[in-house]
Every structure is written in C-alpha cells, then in structure tokens.
Design a protein around this ligand. Structure first.
Ligand code: SAM
Length: 277
C-alpha cells in the first residue's frame, strides 16, 4: 500500500506544480489574487446546499492547491486544508500569501489526519471532486471523517459519481461502462502524462492507482460510523471535462453530457451530520 501512496503522491506533486501556473493555464489561480471576492466554481456550485459556513471550524480534506479552501475562507469559515502532497501545499500557501486569505495547511495522508489534527474539533469536514478515488477503503475514510467532526458537526462532500468512474473516457463515440463500480481491493492502474485541466507541460510521474466506491458503499460507510445522512443529491454535470468529446460546457462552468444529457448522474452532493452526544 505504501507503494501506491508514494506513486500517487509523486503524480500529485507533479500535477500540483502544473495546476498552479500563473499564466492562465491549470487552475488559472491568478484570478483569485486579482479578485478577492472570487469563489471557485466547485464551491459556488453548492452554495445553496452548503449554507452558512461563517465561523465554522472547517477542515478541507485533500485540499490540493487551495482554491476551494480559500473559497471557504472567503465565506467566513476558519479553514485548515489537508493534503499529502508537499508541492500542492507549497503552492496553496504561496497562493494565500498573495490573496491574503487566512488558511492553515497541514501535510498528511487522509488516513493519518487524526494524528495531525485534534479529534472532534471540526464543525465542517469539506471534501470532494476527485478525492475519494485515491483512497483504497471508504470505511477507513468515513471513520476519519467521523473522528474529525465535533458532535453536531457535518460532512459536506461533492464528488464525481461512481457510475462516471466506471466509464472509459478514451472512447468518445458513446458511454462505455468498463471499470468496477464497487470497491475492489486491487486498484486500477493508470499511466497518463496529461491532467484534467490544460497545462503547459506533460506530467512526468505518470503512474497512478485508483479505487472506485459505489454510492451505496459510501452512504453505508457514513451510516456505519454513526453519521446521519441529511442530503444526497445527484447531478447531471461535473466541474471538469470528464468525457472528452461527449460534453458541453454550461454557463455555470459545469460539463454535462451533450447527446446523452440526463442518461446518468455524473456527480453528487452528500451531507451527513454527527449526532450530538
Ligand atoms: C483532484 S484533487 C481534489 C481537490 C479539489 N477538488 C480541487 O480540485 O482542487 C485531489 C487531491 O487529493 C490529494 N490526495 C490524494 N491522495 C491523498 C491521500 N491519500 N491523502 C491526502 N491527500 C491525498 C492530492 O494530493 C490532490 O491534491
């Protein structure tokens, strides 16, 4: 398992540097410096569902280069971002140094989060969009989420739909369900020198390992650690061009299926609350 973690971290170190380019490519992060009120598309998409986060002690798991993290801070949350990629965190710290947003960042594997953060101290655990697929066990993830939450606190997750992860993006003529929907012990192994946003150089650490988790498995894992599910909404769009050649970019920046619009959910939002003692 250490080999999988190290391989994935090398890939994310590489991608983080490319994603954080200040030349308009990658995540186009300069816009967060230029516009101090700007929120990331990912956070903006769920604003109504997310509700008021002002003053909430918040941890953003798998925060990457901090664009969603600083968006939560701009909504008034007291945020700590956590990621296992030192390069992603260096880029995230450099970004908030330039934007002036108040965010802390800690380096850790998700599964070790409870050894670097105080247990049961967060009102909000926020995560998603390309996060869960890097974790081999959804049950272990749910236990970490529950361990981080203070009683009464909530998980807010928006993620690519597991049915989307079964589709083969390399075939552009139709939807092809090819990969496992349910969690498997053995990961899928990929070798790809590109990323999901345009970058000005190829990725050199190209190998990755990923795991899918079915929607039922995710919900069951959250219920299993004692959280109460308070929201589960499936969406017909994702915030990146997940199936190149088969998607239309909408006005809100989301990508939906073109010819087969509505035939399958592409992402979902879940909220789950830790009961008061
Ligand atoms: C696609 S990004 C998701 C973040 C966010 N949605 C975004 O677009 O900025 C995935 C992040 O997960 C991090 N990651 C992957 N596996 C991890 C692990 N086991 N522990 C902590 N972070 C991990 C990567 O370093 C990367 O920054």
């Amino acid at each position: 398992m250490q080999h999988h973690l190290d391989t994935n971290r090398a890939n994310w170190d590489d991608r983080a540097a490319a994603h954080a380019a200040r030349n308009g490519l990658g995540y186009n992060v300069q816009r967060y410096v230029d516009d101090p009120g700007l929120l990331s598309e990912i956070v903006r998409f769920d604003l109504d569902r997310l509700g008021d986060v002002a003053g909430l002690r918040t941890v953003h798991l798998q925060c990457h280069i901090g664009t969603d993290t600083l968006s939560l801070a701009r909504l008034g949350a007291r945020v700590t971002g956590l990621d296992f990629s030192p390069v992603a965190l260096a880029e995230a710290r450099a970004l908030v140094a330039d934007t002036g947003d108040q965010v802390d960042f800690v380096e850790s594997d998700v599964y070790s989060a409870l050894s670097v953060l105080e247990p049961e101290t967060f009102d909000l655990v926020y995560t998603g969009i390309g996060a869960l697929c890097w974790l081999p066990s959804i049950d272990r993830w749910a236990a970490v989420v529950c361990g981080l939450l203070a009683p009464g606190g909530r998980l807010f997750l928006r993620e690519g739909h597991p049915i989307l992860w079964t589709m083969d993006e390399r075939i552009a003529d139709d939807l092809h369900l090819r990969f496992p929907y349910f969690e498997q012990e053995e990961p899928l192994e990929w070798d790809d020198d590109s990323s999901y946003v345009e970058t000005d150089r190829p990725i050199t650490a190209t190998k990755t390992f990923e795991w899918n988790h079915g929607l039922g498995e995710i919900v069951t894992a959250l219920l299993g650690v004692g959280l109460n599910l308070t929201m589960l909404v499936e969406h017909d769009s994702v915030p990146w061009e997940a199936l190149p050649g088969q998607m239309l970019r909408r006005g809100d920046g989301e990508y939906a299926l073109d010819a087969r619009a509505g035939v399958a959910p592409l992402s979902y939002t879940i909220q789950a609350v830790k009961p008061l003692r």
